[in-house]
Ligand binder design. Structure first.
Ligand SMILES: Cc1cc2nc3c(=O)[nH]c(=O)nc-3n(C[C@H](O)[C@H](O)[C@H](O)COP(=O)(O)OP(=O)(O)OC[C@H]3O[C@@H](n4cnc5c(N)ncnc54)[C@H](O)[C@@H]3O)c2cc1C
Length: 536
């Protein structure tokens, strides 16, 4: 029995674990990948904080709220933006080698001006902030004596008498399911990017934590807000860093017509690029005025990978790009301390719906949110654990998952599962992507319900226990379908357009009716929605 069990070893999970450990809690991290292979390593740009002279947390909060299009939770925005400079300085002291003005030996942190910010505000580490932050936090977690369950996939929450007492997890190397008991659990399992195609997803972006909480009865919030990245390499999953944009990158059609830059809001900007891409053979062209030295220095990682993937030299040639799904802005509904509706269960990072982003998220605020919500949830979980006596382990979830997995091992899988995931990705992009309308959303809801039925008749495709990837794909698709159901129901109900949620059949923002957050819960009959005002 652990004091605090963190599920997920990305930046949010590592930050949560360190925070809990700093309060004297005994902490473990269970992660389906090694922490330094978490998706957080892909972050290129940086994290926002009012660090430079002339900037102030109030300006950061105002930019965040303006972008969030009337749906940010004001108290959360204030708390996060106020604490952001301290959070960055903490990371600096932990050993993150942020870029400095005056070069590596300079004393002041350097900042970039990203889209939507009125001033330079993103602390960065060339174009590899995520890689460096993850590595640094991992080293600190090892140093703090945190226990790691590496390559363990959580499959369910153990909930008894309304309280979370741990998770059921599959040890991938043996195929055994075990109950990892804890006085407090922090979900930090990242986002569900694999729900969409095209997207910037990697293998483990399946929304497991969101699905587990949903199945356990915790409401999800703001699930209709799905944000695309403006410039992902055509035919690939690689997003071109906002650092390129901060240095003058621009989008144009092959004919040289500029695209999207006149539109101030994120939704209109992304839709303009999407429409231009469709009209121009599936892509637009990204090019910049940076020189070869900049490309070799600041964009070293990006330009190297672009060259590997496409053969193109980004210092000299335009890159074919198009928008692709990048982030879900909602997640498991939490309060300012990361607490969910289930006692002892907390959520942080991309799987948590904190209300910080509102209806559209600012670049540089996602990494900030992972650090800030991770720290808050870790501290709250440790406090909860210190005031809770060791709970009786709720074994029902373990028995259920052992039966579920044993049955799945005997059922066919393989290509039908892969085909269903491909169809799901296309369906979500077509009907629940940058442009939505009622008929398409109803079609998506119906097809997802049918897929859930079919999914129940499929399985792993082989009875092997160790590293059974067929079983992993089966479980992943189950998570994705649960999350898809919640996204579609929320998008269908919100009959207005706001932030990144655009309904072609309700094209205007409707403050009188829709200045509310939507909470969605699972039920036998399907998703159930209710509304709550911002900040409630
Ligand atoms: C290409 C790219 C660039 C980005 N750049 C920026 C940027 O510059 N600035 C910014 O603010 N944001 C950026 N973001 C967003 C940012 O990456 C995320 O918000 C942040 O990394 C989320 O961290 P996380 O810890 O919540 O999730 P992740 O890093 O995805 O970590 C999730 C962890 O959970 C584990 N896990 C998942 N399911 C399970 C399970 N069932 N059981 C056990 N473990 C599980 C995974 O193995 C992993 O360890 C970028 C995103 C992408 C894709």
């Amino acid at each position: 029995m652990h004091d605090v069990l963190v599920v997920g070893g990305g930046i949010a999970g590592l930050r949560a674990a360190l925070a809990a450990s700093s309060r004297g809690a005994e902490v473990a991290i269970a992660s389906r990948s090694h922490p330094t292979r978490s998706y957080s390593v892909a972050i290129q740009d940086g994290l926002n904080a009012a660090l430079l002279p002339g900037d102030a947390w109030e300006a950061h909060a105002a930019d965040t709220s303006a972008w969030g299009d009337g749906l940010c939770v004001p108290e959360v925005v204030e708390a996060v933006c106020r604490s952001a400079p301290e959070l960055v300085r903490e990371l600096d002291q932990l050993g993150v080698p942020f870029n400095r003005s005056g070069g590596r030996n300079g004393t002041a942190l350097a900042c970039l001006k990203l889209r939507g910010a009125r001033t330079a505000r993103a602390a960065y580490v060339d174009d590899m902030a995520g890689l460096v932050l993850t590595q640094t936090l991992y080293e600190q977690a090892v140093r703090a004596g945190i226990t790691f369950y590496e390559e363990w996939t959580a499959t369910s929450l153990a909930v008894g008498d309304g309280a979370c007492t741990g998770v059921v997890a599959l040890e991938q190397a043996t195929g055994e399911l075990q109950l990892l008991g804890a006085k407090a659990v922090v979900l930090a399992t990242g986002g569900p990017r694999r729900l969409y195609e095209p997207s910037t997803a990697s293998l483990h972006c399946t929304g497991d934590g969101i699905a587990m909480a949903y199945r356990a009865g915790a409401p999800l919030v703001d699930m209709e807000f799905v944000q695309y990245h403006p410039a992902v390499l055509k035919g690939q999953r690689m997003a071109i860093t906002e650092i390129a944009w901060a240095h003058g990158a621009a989008l144009a059609t092959a004919g040289g017509t500029g695209v999207g830059e006149d539109d101030p809001g994120p939704g209109a900007f992304l839709r303009a690029i999407g429409q231009a891409a469709v009209a121009n053979g599936g892509h637009v062209e990204l090019s910049g005025t940076w020189d070869a030295d900049q490309a070799k220095g600041l964009f070293y990682n990006t330009s190297y990978r672009v060259k590997q993937l496409t053969g193109l030299d980004m210092a000299k040639e335009p890159l074919p790009v198009r928008p692709a799904m990048h982030r879900l802005l909602g997640g498991v509904a939490v309060d300012a301390g990361g607490a969910t509706s289930i006692e002892g269960l907390y959520a942080a990072g991309e799987c948590a719906g904190t209300g910080f982003h509102g209806a559209a998220g600012l670049d540089g605020n996602f990494l900030l949110s992972a650090v800030s919500s991770g720290r808050a949830a870790g501290l709250a979980a440790a406090d909860h654990a210190s005031s809770t006596k060791e709970p009786d382990a709720a074994g029902g979830a373990l028995d259920r998952d052992r039966t579920r997995v044993a049955e799945a091992l005997r059922r066919p899988g393989g290509e039908p599962l892969a085909a269903m995931r491909r169809e799901l990705g296309g369906l979500m992009h077509a009907h629940v992507g940058m442009v939505r309308e009622a008929v398409g959303l109803q079609e998506a809801a119906q097809r997802i319900a049918e897929m859930k039925e079919t999914h129940g008749s499929l399985g792993a495709g082989s009875e092997g226990r160790d590293y059974n990837f067929g079983l992993a794909h089966y479980l992943d698709l189950g998570s994705l379908l649960d999350v898809a159901e919640a996204v579609v129901a929320s998008a269908h109900a919100r009959e207005e357009s706001r932030g990144v949620h655009f309904r072609s059949d309700h094209a205007a923002r409707d403050d009188a009716r829709w200045s509310v957050h939507q909470l969605v819960s699972a039920s036998e009959a399907g998703p159930v929605l209710r509304e709550s005002p911002p900040g409630a």
